[in-house]
Design a protein around this ligand. Structure first.
Ligand code: TRH
Length: 380
């Protein structure tokens, strides 16, 4: 892209954090690594403010980490289309404001219009990646851009310095101690298997806690605030509060604050196994290079199970991780987590080696922002 090129990214928060988290991550990488003047419109700044320090959710416009961040009323709200970007990214088919579309259509050289899709490991996405679709009434073309796990897809979001920061953090006792202070817990027992837990309310949390507390090896589990609230309250009898770990049998359970995206990365880097969900935490856990158990976003007709199977197939393409796959399937409703956990616990060392190899294989792929810039250059 020309170095001063301006891109508009529109994001509507459907639920939870992933939509805003991904749009933000893309905008920040475009600005910091590709010299793009990134303008991000989000219809829930309050959501993004939970992930990114320094955002004032009450401000219409602000500049954060090189990104121009704008409050947006959503596709149906009145919108004054100002200067158009060279590229406009519609995150997850959120819809563009009609006035913006009209300005695009009236322009002699309309922006390149990208629909950033959801991540999937399914093979069909490779056939759809990069396809174009004509607008039904305006002289505009939209391109579908699919994140994915193969070079035939758009790749995965990854900052250029991510692995260097990860490895430096792991080698820095002071930084690690600072993380535990920020999480308001003392550094966990090094003999215990350290687990982070981020999941949807449907996950069989209590069965897993039973397996951990009654298991053979010690487990220290940190759960972010707002996660699995009801299940944890029932299981502990309401005894779990920040700064007051709860112990039963072999399990130590600690409630930790919901931290910024960057601090959450550090938490993932610190744990032996990460339970993650949705899309962004799922990808970040892969960059951690440690075993992960994914809670796929629940979808109608169990479509999420197909996504999970597709991921587990890819994850095991270079070697067996069947213990992890069995637990992941059980975690998503197909199987018994209590029966699946002991094998994961016993194979932790080999599952870690497998996870490292998986991360290394993904690291060879071009990252999503670079792929997107290249794709847009090819459409200029
Ligand atoms: O929050 P999610 O479930 O988000 C989504 C939405 O459900 C969305 O509708 C769906 O389409 C999408 O998933 C696939 O899960 P996700 O994607 O992992 O996003 C969570 C974000 O929250 C991610 O950017 C990491 C961040 N996070 C923190 O910054 N701090 C924390 O303490 C935690 C636990 C997470």
């Amino acid at each position: 892209m020309p170095s001063s090129s301006h891109w508009d990214i529109f994001c509507s928060v459907v639920d939870n954090f992933g939509d805003a988290g991904i749009a933000w991550r893309l905008a920040r990488i475009l600005a910091s690594e590709h010299g793009v003047r990134a303008r991000l419109y989000v219809d829930s700044l309050a959501t993004l403010a939970r992930l990114v320090p320094g955002i004032d959710a009450a401000r219409e416009r602000q500049r954060i980490e090189g990104v121009e961040l704008c409050a947006w009323g959503g596709p149906a709200a009145p919108f004054a289309a100002g200067d158009l970007g060279a590229v406009v990214v519609e995150a997850f088919g959120c819809g563009l404001p009609p006035s913006y579309l009209a300005a695009m259509a009236a322009h002699s050289k309309p922006p390149i219009w990208i629909n950033l899709e959801y991540l999937s490991a399914e093979t069909w996405i490779e056939d759809c990646h990069g396809l174009e679709s004509r607008h039904p009434s305006l002289p505009l073309t939209r391109y579908f851009f699919f994140p994915g796990f193969t070079p035939a897809s758009g790749g995965l979001l990854r900052e250029r310095d991510l692995f260097a920061r990860r490895d430096a953090f792991r080698g820095d006792a002071v930084a690690r101690a600072a993380l535990w202070r920020a999480l308001e817990v003392s550094a966990p027992d090094p003999e215990a298997t350290l687990v982070s837990l981020f999941c949807y309310p449907v996950a069989p949390v209590q069965a897993l806690l039973d397996a951990w507390s009654g298991g053979e090896t010690r487990v220290a589990c940190v759960v972010s605030e707002g996660v699995a609230e009801a299940a944890l309250e029932q299981w502990t009898g309401g005894a779990l509060a920040r700064g007051h770990p709860y112990t039963r049998g072999k399990l130590m359970l600690a409630r930790v604050p919901f931290v910024s995206q960057d601090d959450y990365d550090q938490l993932l880097w610190s744990c032996d196994i990460n339970f993650v969900r949705g899309e962004d935490s799922f990808v970040r856990a892969q960059w951690a290079g440690r075993p992960l158990i994914w809670n796929a976003y629940p979808q109608a007709e169990d479509a999420h199970r197909l996504k999970l199977d597709a991921f587990l197939d890819r994850y095991q393409s270079n070697g067996d991780a069947s213990e992890l796959a069995a637990l992941a399937r059980a975690w998503n409703g197909s199987g018994d987590v209590a029966a699946a956990w002991p094998a994961v616990s016993r194979s932790c060392r080999s599952l870690k080696a497998h996870a490292r190899a998986w991360t290394d294989s993904l690291a060879h792929m071009t990252d999503l922002a670079t792929s997107l810039v290249k794709f847009c250059l090819s459409k200029l």
